[in-house]
Design a protein around this ligand. Structure first.
Ligand code: HEC
Ligand code: HEC
Length: 183
């Protein structure tokens, strides 16, 4: 093989490697896609955790559209069988925070998947009723969701350890009774 050919071989090999690297960094893109950021002041984070994170985890706002958060905040005295009533000032402050970060108010990829899977007038009462959620969780056996370790789909953190931080990375998923999730 002459030197010119060797040069081409190296070039081809390099192209192959770069191709593989680009594909691997498609993973970076995917991880970005599996998380939902929340823009909040430390005070909003504190208030949200203390008022909306005591009975269950503080759900990332970017998984429900603004109209659904309005509905939740407008009916706190009858909230899934509980009374979660708050004073008017707190409701207003939290509602502003939730709406600013709502699924249809941000353009991060995962939020858009959630908001665009809903029909225009549809106001879901739960994240776990949103079309995209249902589709992504359809393979999980009912028996596991109802098990004492989980209880219901509302307990995101039982399978997604960093759900409260808005991370739903595939590599982090641990389903009680099944362990590491392999699609
Ligand atoms: C007194 C307890 C309590 C407080 C405080 C509370 N919740 Fe809840 N919340 C519940 C219960 C119970 C459920 C139903 C959970 C289930 O079905 O497993 C629920 C469910 C939810 C869901 C639906 C979860 C899903 O499956 O998608 C959302 C959203 C929600 N709460 C938002 C809030 C917000 C926002 C606040 C603060 C303003 C709040 N909650 C405060 C008790 C509470
Ligand atoms: C019983 C375990 C379990 C619970 C509870 C659960 N999830 Fe998941 N979730 C999974 C599994 C498993 C997958 C991966 C599904 C797949 O790839 O086939 C997943 C995937 C996801 C994804 C990724 C979708 C994508 O675009 O790739 C998001 C977002 C998500 N879950 C959000 C939530 C939220 C929010 C909650 C709570 C309201 C929740 N999950 C509750 C097991 C669970």
């Amino acid at each position: 093989m002459n030197n010119l050919h060797k040069g081409w071989m190296v070039a081809l090999l390099l192209t192959g490697c770069i191709g593989a690297l680009t594909e691997a960094s498609g993973g970076t893109d995917r991880s970005e896609y599996r998380s939902v950021p929340t823009r909040a002041t430390p005070e909003q984070t504190r208030l949200y955790k203390s008022e909306c994170g005591s009975c269950h985890m503080a759900y990332p706002p970017g998984l429900l559209p603004a109209r659904a958060w309005e509905q939740v905040m407008g009916g706190l005295e009858r909230h899934f069988g509980d009374n979660a009533e708050l004073d008017g000032v707190t409701v207003e402050s939290l509602q502003g925070f939730l709406i600013a970060n709502a699924a249809d108010r941000t353009d991060d990829k995962l939020s858009r998947k959630f908001s665009t899977s809903l029909a225009a007038g549809d106001v879901p009462a739960r994240i776990s009723r949103v079309g995209y959620f249902v589709k992504e969780h359809r393979k999980i056996p009912e028996k596991i969701v109802r098990s004492p370790e989980v209880g219901s789909f509302s307990r995101c953190e039982s399978c997604h350890p960093r759900a409260e931080q808005g991370s739903f990375e595939e590599g982090e998923i641990r389903v009680p009774g099944l362990g590491v999730w392999k699609d």
